[in-house]
Design a protein around this ligand. Structure first.
Ligand SMILES: [Zn+2]
Ligand SMILES: [Zn+2]
Length: 97
């Protein structure tokens, strides 16, 4: 994959382990793994009868079903060039420090 952003990014951090593509509408769940919202939603829809929800990557289980929050840092990096907006440097450095 070409690096369009001019910075070294950890590919895993920006790829969804369900669809193996770049994250679309990235959400991060409680264990710290990130997925496309639609991927993790459909994954958990299939798990629904068991009343517990697990991370497809590390198998950590959650109950009740977590509320998915948009991962703003990943979304900003992904969307910055397309939307022409400037990522919040202060917020990113806060997250990384
Ligand atoms: Zn996905
Ligand atoms: Zn996980």
């Amino acid at each position: 994959m070409d690096n369009q952003y001019g910075v070294t990014l950890d590919r895993e951090q920006f790829c969804c382990s369900v669809c193996l593509d770049l994250l679309k509408e990235p959400v991060t769940i409680h264990c710290g793994h990130s997925y496309c919202r639609s991927c993790i939603e459909s994954c958990w829809d299939r798990q629904g009868e068991r009343e517990e929800y697990s991370c497809p990557q590390c198998r950590e289980t959650f109950h009740p079903r977590p509320v998915l929050k948009r991962n703003n840092m990943l979304a900003e990096v992904r969307g910055a060039s397309a939307l022409g907006s400037v990522p919040s440097k202060s917020r990113i450095s806060k997250v990384l420090s």
